[in-house]
Design a protein around this ligand. Structure first.
Ligand code: KE4
Length: 429
């Protein structure tokens, strides 16, 4: 028995499902989750001392690789002052100012401790600003585990949402309206069916939680027009794609300005950090300035801020990082396409910069339904085929692969080769 199997058995005695976040449990791919003990750059080492090329990167934060030396040094230095004051510090303003400089839509920003907190606070703020209760979510986008996001559409896009998790009340679900991703007409119909009742539209401008799905041409622009026409707050959830697809995120890449942006992951570099920010007049509604309450004991934690400031400063000062990420993402995409084509497979591969995913058995994935119709059984076989060859993909067909700046071309070649070898092995049986 491997140490991971041992540790998983023990973990299940004390932690629900043996994990502190469901996706880690390998439920959708089967098998025992790998337990890790260390990581450096793009390599993670499991508890049996086996190395893996890591494409999760802690679900996005490790854009400059694990244990990036400047980040480690910043943490070592800051830990000697305290782990938390629970009082204002200069570094919080340094981080806030840098985010405002980097992200075009952000004029003011509030730090929180997770992407969930960032998204749920942004919705509350939009409701307070517009004095409206409903909001539109795009099917397949994930905004964290706050009740109002754990909703799926009833039959047809015009009905109210239904709870997608037990424990979420119908009272909560009725205010969450759902439309298919990339379907501007469905969003327009929801707005017309709920005149003057919708506070916000929230979406991942580049979806990463149903595999990677970019916005189709005109989709983001169309949402902007609808929000301007109907005084609806447009919220970009950039917890995953922020600071990754471009220094200024989706606004820089697609030229569409949201009213609020939810952020997370990269700004903490692996430490628990989230943030939400946007137009000054909307952010002015937030306590203690305005009537919308939001708080957090560890928000703006100085250790996490040191990590985030060090990372963001480097991203801000080194535009070549994004050129490099694009090149490496394109290299990996090309290699995977060549392997799939050589094996005469049907697949859809989506990529935006260093975020990419592939779905088997389908030719295009532009929304959640497309993603659901893919062959997830085939994905599972590829996942385990590469895992045993030392490549660690996200343990779900509904996630995204992240390339970091530390993925060398030889590691990318090893990844492409592992996929090819896995497919050859599958053909034999
Ligand atoms: P957290 O609360 O997990 O920090 O962030 C929630 C969140 C919000 N918005 C987007 C676009 C996100 O991708 C996430 C979290 N992403 C998942 C990965 N798909 C986190 C992994 C997990 O749940 O363990």
């Amino acid at each position: 028995m491997s140490r991971s199997e041992d540790l998983f058995e023990r973990a299940q005695l004390f932690i629900p499902g043996g994990v502190n976040s469901p996706v880690r449990a390998f439920k959708s791919v089967g098998g025992t989750p790998v337990f890790f003990q260390s990581a450096k750059g793009s390599i993670m080492t499991d508890v049996d001392g086996i190395d893996y090329i890591d494409y999760i990167g802690s679900w996005g934060p490790m854009i400059l690789g694990h244990c990036h030396p400047p980040v480690v040094n910043a943490l070592k230095k800051s830990i000697n002052n305290t782990t938390s004051f629970g009082a204002p510090t200069e570094i919080e303003t340094d981080v806030a100012q840098l985010i405002c400089e980097m992200v075009p839509a952000v004029e003011k920003v509030r730090m929180v401790n997770s992407g969930t907190e960032a998204c749920m606070s942004a919705i509350r703020l939009a409701r307070g600003y517009t004095d409206r209760e409903k909001f539109i979510k795009l099917e397949g986008c994930y905004h964290g585990h706050a009740d109002q996001f754990l909703i799926k559409a009833g039959s047809g896009a015009a009905t109210f949402g239904e709870p997608d998790s037990s424990g979420v009340t119908r009272g909560t679900a009725k205010d969450t309206l759902i439309a298919p991703y990339n379907d501007l007409l469905a969003v327009k119909q929801l707005i017309e069916a709920n005149p003057n009742e919708i506070a916000a539209i929230i979406l991942e401008p580049v979806a990463g939680n149903m595999g990677c799905i970019p916005p189709v041409k005109g989709f983001l622009e169309g949402l902007r027009v609808l929000c301007d026409t109907h005084r609806i707050v447009l919220i970009f959830d950039e917890v995953m794609c922020g600071f990754r697809i471009a220094k200024g995120g989706a606004t820089e890449l697609y030229g569409v300005m949201p009213d609020l942006v939810a952020m997370g992951k990269i700004i903490g570099g692996g430490m628990p950090v989230g943030a939400f920010g946007g137009k000054r007049e909307i952010m002015a509604m937030l306590a203690p300035e305005g009537p919308v309450y939001q708080a957090g004991t560890l928000s703006g934690n100085p250790i996490a801020m040191n990590c985030g400031l060090t990372l963001l400063k480097e991203l801000n000062a080194t535009p070549n990082i994004y050129i490099e990420l694009e090149k490496k993402g394109a290299y990996l995409e090309k290699g995977i396409r060549e392997v799939f084509d050589n094996h005469e497979l049907t697949y859809a591969l989506n990529r935006v910069g260093s975020m990419l995913s592939f779905h088997m058995g389908v030719t295009q994935v532009t929304n959640f339904n497309d993603a659901c119709s893919a062959d997830s059984e085939f994905f599972k076989k590829i996942f385990h085929g590469v895992l045993k060859r030392g490549i660690y993909f996200a343990p779900s067909a509904f996630e995204t692969l992240f390339v970091s700046i530390t993925h060398s071309y030889s590691l990318l070649d090893r990844t492409i080769h592992a996929i090819d070898e896995s497919l050859k092995e599958l053909r034999v049986f």
